[in-house]
Design a protein around this ligand. Structure first.
Ligand code: S3P
Length: 441
């Protein structure tokens, strides 16, 4: 991947309104479910990021016809996907999932049930991430999956799919990706597949299955799917991605005098714990859920006013519902008076980078006092940030979180290795420029 950098200087105020691109989690799921549905599905506000485009291409490689209806400056945003009624075609070669854990894990669940051999590959980061967590349950269901990576249990994955049987599976970690892989596979198994999550985690798969008229049942923390159901074609309108909005929420909340309106953002409660934490930190945020929500999901506007933040402790049960927001929350902690404690977040060590290590490294470079723990970090905030050179290590959320930190720093901040931003937020840099040059009011 070509290297590039982003230079950021302090900003004194943000004022106006923006929209963020479509939700990443929902775009992956829309491509997959539409592709196995029984007809034509129009997907709009699809996220044209590398991760989601890779999943769309994967579905095409599996024989799904996709007609692009509209493309934006960064790629396809609206398309008609022609479902193949649960039966995919063997791909000609390996399927490249790029940087995306969601793409690889969900596709593995789908391919486990197809009667052919397939291979899923990824970039260096994805090839170092644990796949045993999906191989184990899918193997219990009868699939044969070989992890052929240099690191044990890692991609490339060779999947010998076939007939599956239902299981009941207790997930050791609260992972929506693992849950989704099992539910997708369970759709093809005869009988009742149940996955039990140790804690609530994002439920887009269950909600989108419902949109496609596939029944799941939730009892406490157990989610059951009945095999033999075929998704009924439907149109999906993807709302803006809360995880992308999170960067601007923190930027505006920490800058006195700011007022920012973020329009049309997904407000699924399993995604928005960052707002609860920021409210405890004293942030002035209001969200307004629109009625007649998108794709079975709550969506609406978020209004943020700038002010003084103070440190807080993140609760254990909040962690899965803000897991992707920890880098930007740690930046909020650096801006806040006092100590912000984020623990029970060991999962961060197996994301696109070891995000505990990369966040700690970046904060220290900016002069912030931070304590690293195996399962999280503690940030002592309130001191002026110093501009610094920050390496994203190829992790999109690290690049963006520290670009936001740069808006608060004395001197210039240079984020190195920023091409990765395109994996989840094409257009981030342009929006950042617009914050400085004047947004729509
Ligand atoms: C995702 C689930 C989360 C999250 C990832 C997207 C999803 O991962 O970190 O960015 O779309 O299901 P885990 O489920 O592995 O925690």
């Amino acid at each position: 991947m070509e290297k590039s950098e982003l230079k950021v200087k302090a900003l004194d105020k943000i004022s106006g309104e923006i929209e963020v691109p479509g939700d990443k989690s929902m775009s992956h799921r829309a491509a997959i479910l539409a592709g196995i549905s029984n007809g034509e599905c129009r997907v709009s506000n699809f996220l044209p990021s590398e991760d989601c485009v890779n999943t769309l291409k994967a579905m095409e490689a599996l024989g799904v016809k996709v007609d692009i209806v509209k493309s934006g400056p960064h790629g396809p945003v609206e398309m008609v996907i022609h479902g193949r009624r649960m039966k995919l075609e063997a791909p000609d070669g390996p399927i490249d999932c790029g940087n995306s854990g969601t793409g690889m894990r969900l596709l593995a669940g789908l391919l486990a049930a197809q009667p052919f051999r397939s291979e899923l590959t990824g970039d260096a980061s994805l090839s170092g991430r644990p796949m045993g967590r999906i191989i184990k349950p899918l193997a219990e269901m009868g699939a044969k999956i070989e992890a052929r990576g240099e690191k044990a249990g890692c991609a490339p994955l060779v999947i010998h799919g076939g007939k599956l049987h239902p299981i009941t599976y207790q997930m050791p970690v609260a992972s929506a990706q693992v849950k989704s892989a099992i539910l997708l596979a369970g759709m093809f198994a005869e009988g009742k597949t149940t996955v039990v999550q140790p804690a609530d985690c994002r439920d887009h798969t269950e909600r989108m299955l419902e949109q496609f008229r596939v029944r799941t049942r939730r009892t406490g923390n157990a989610i059951t799917i009945y095999g033999g159901q075929m998704p009924e074609s439907t149109d999906i309108e993807v709302p803006g991605d809360f995880s992308s909005a999170a960067f601007w929420i923190v930027a505006a909340a920490g800058m006195t005098g700011s007022r920012l309106l973020i329009k049309n953002v997904g407000l699924n409660p399993t995604r928005t714990a960052l707002m609860d934490v920021l409210l405890r930190m004293g942030a002035k945020i209001q969200d307004q859920v629109r009625t007649g929500s998108e794709a079975g999901e709550a969506a609406g506007n978020i209004e943020v006013h700038g002010g003084i933040l103070r440190g807080t402790e993140v609760k254990k049960e909040e962690v899965p519902n803000l897991i992707d927001e920890v880098p930007i929350l740690a930046v909020a902690g650096a801006l806040a008076q006092g100590r912000t404690v984020i623990r029970n977040a060991g999962e961060l060590r197996v994301k696109e980078t070891d995000r505990i290590a990369t966040v700690v490294e970046g904060l220290r470079a900016m002069g912030v006092e931070v304590e690293e723990h195996e399962d999280g970090l503690e940030v002592v905030g309130g001191r002026k940030l110093k501009g610094a050179r920050i390496n994203s290590h190829g992790d999109h959320r690290i690049a963006m979180a520290f670009a936001i930190a740069g808006l608060f720093a004395v001197g210039e901040t240079i984020i190195e290795n920023t091409t990765c931003i395109a994996t989840s937020y094409p257009g981030f840099e342009e929006q950042m420029k617009a914050m400085r040059n004047g947004l729509k009011k």
